[in-house]
Design a protein around this ligand. Structure first.
Ligand code: AMP
Length: 548
């Protein structure tokens, strides 16, 4: 083997703090606007943000946090959470964003599995922290993302973030960091069993942000103003907190208020041009603008993903409000972006109906992501738009291994997504099904297995299956299908009450149907696909009468 002729270019590492340093230097006066938990609107600039992120890095070092240690966050989208992203990764630690919507036991599992040293939390989550703290003995300190004046009453000994920052001056140089070292950690609850951690590196994060910023991806520029409605605890708000400083885009953080009215007002007052979020959030926004009879004066496009974008919503955005809805697909294991539904020059010349059909799909891969569909024998299937198979992906921001688990999830070097899809001649991918049987309600996973396990714990239940049922507001809601124990006439109401206190309220099934027997596969597993077919036309009471 001959030695390759190496290029003679600098080997500058791609690091997360370099993104904020760039924004601070070149877009120093560009604003970051946040709706605060305290109730007011906070404004400052990228320059201010970098200084405070450096103060946080200094504070963490002073607290003894070492390279590679995890710092948890339980927080909404806001400037302090953004500082946490950069202050942690910038001192060599790892920002572990925790989904506060999970059940406390799951959160405690995640905090302990990640072995978080400190946890930074928004004051809305103070009661949750009081539940978690006794279960997480290795956490050295809980820090409320507020000032001394707004400190909540708690049983846990917590300190205030502002007091922590006040002890530091921000005179700090970002230290050299190996680009392959970890920068952030996000657990997925999207599979069976315990949640698994996707540990992103500085390099993967920067490359993902670069690709996501491209015009045919999310498409951000220094003339844009972006509002991520997708939470920063959900796969890093799809990379927006990294892509916005990279491009110098004004950043608007909605805090905890994701209802239609609050979002509309923020979009209008801040002249937002681009948003990102799950269909459920946009349903609320569209309902509000329709009822209020108002229009968008600045919004140009919205990236919709996490669950399938309903074609009617795409049309409503475009025809009703002149907003381009871009369908996107990805997953926690992919940082998360994989495909986006934007058209090329030739496709925009096709008849409008055909263009619409393309845009309804989950979209084409953008540079960095390679995808294929494979059959049961592992062989690649054709891109003809009708043949469907298991969707596999690979790329520099796709997971190689889960955190603290050495077993490789890869198949021949590709990551099996668990989604089933077709790919057409244009390279547009369409998800036809999920091989996993999870339920996604309002962009959040509900584990069907957990729901079934609880049902089976009831003395009146012989067998139970939980499947997703379509829902106009939440995209999907759980339906429980039950075979009764002979001689026990358990009621629907009694079963639903049985869930209280065992799972988060929104995990409780919307309906229970009793059957004589459940369909099974040849290996004796519940035949979920068949069940979904059987109950395809089932209308949930909450869907019928418009309740949540
Ligand atoms: P998560 O890891 O929570 O982001 O969930 C990822 C999963 O959500 C994917 O594997 C898909 O099953 C589903 N998903 C994400 N985006 C879409 C989409 N646009 N259409 C259909 N399913 C989607």
């Amino acid at each position: 083997m001959t030695t390759p002729l190496y290029g003679r270019m600098m080997d500058v590492p791609l690091t997360v703090p370099s993104l904020l340093a760039h924004a601070s230097r070149h877009f120093g006066t560009t604003e970051i606007v946040s709706k605060r938990i305290e109730g007011d609107v906070h404004r400052y600039t990228y320059r201010d943000c970098e200084k405070r992120a450096k103060q946080l890095a200094q504070a963490l070092i002073a607290l003894g946090v070492e390279t590679g240690e995890r710092i948890g966050t339980l927080a909404w989208n806001g400037y302090r959470h953004l500082e946490a992203y950069y202050g942690t990764a910038g001192c060599g630690a790892v920002c572990h964003t925790i989904n506060p919507r999970l059940f406390p036991d799951q959160i405690a599992y995640i905090v302990n599995h990640a072995d978080d040293r400190y946890v930074l939390f928004d004051i809305t989550f103070a009661p949750l922290v009081d539940v978690l703290a006794p279960q997480c003995p290795n956490v050295r300190g809980w820090v409320a993302l507020t000032d001394d004046v707004h400190m909540p009453r708690m049983s846990t000994a917590a300190s205030s973030y502002e007091a922590l920052l006040a002890q530091q001056d921000g005179a700090f140089d970002w230290p050299p960091i190996d680009e392959r070292s970890a920068s952030s950690l996000c657990y997925t609850s999207g599979t069976t069993g315990n949640p698994k951690g996707a540990l992103y590196s500085h390099r993967s994060t920067v490359l993902h942000a670069l690709a996501a910023s491209l015009p045919d991806a999310v498409g951000l520029s220094a003339r844009d103003c972006v509002l991520p409605a997708v939470p920063m605890f959900h796969v890093n708000a799809w990379g927006t907190p990294y892509a916005a400083p990279l491009t110098g885009t004004k950043l608007v953080m909605p805090g905890k208020d994701l209802d239609g009215k609050s979002l509309y007002e923020l979009i209008e007052t801040e002249r937002v041009t681009c948003t990102l979020g799950v269909p459920t959030v946009w349903l609320g926004l569209l309902r509000f603008v329709e009822e209020a009879g108002v229009r968008f004066s600045s919004l140009k496009r919205t990236v919709v993903g996490g669950s399938a974008l309903p074609p009617a919503m795409l049309r409503m955005f475009r025809d009703g409000y002149g907003v381009e809805a871009i369908h996107g697909w990805g997953m926690t294991e992919m940082s998360p972006l994989g495909t986006l539904s934007t058209l090329n020059r030739e496709q925009t010349q096709r008849p409008p109906d055909e263009q619409l059909r393309l845009r309804e799909k989950q979209g084409h891969a953008f540079y960095g992501i390679d995808m294929k569909i494979v059959g049961e024998d592992g062989r690649e299937l054709p891109w003809n738009g009708t043949t469907f198979g298991d969707l596999h992906v690979r790329g520099p921001w796709v997971i190689d291994r889960y955190y603290r688990n050495d077993a490789s999830p890869l198949v021949d070097g590709w990551f099996p997504t668990g989604d089933v899809a077709t790919i057409d001649q244009d390279g547009f991918m369409r998800i036809t099904d999920r091989s996993k049987d999870l339920i996604k309600s309002g962009g959040e996973w509900i584990s069907s297995i957990d729901i079934e396990n609880i049902a089976i714990g009831h003395p009146g239940v012989a067998e139970a299956a939980c499947i997703a049922c379509p829902h106009p507001k939440w995209a999907q809601r759980p339906l429980l299908v039950v075979v009764k124990q002979p001689g026990n006439d358990v009621s629907r109401e009694a079963l639903l009450r049985f869930y209280e206190g065992k799972v988060a309220k929104w995990w409780i099934p919307d309906d229970v149907v009793f059957v004589d027997e459940l369909p099974h596969t040849a290996t004796g597993k519940l035949h979920k696909l068949k069940l979904r077919e059987l109950f395809r036309d089932h209308v949930l009471p909450s869907a019928r009468d418009g309740r949540n």
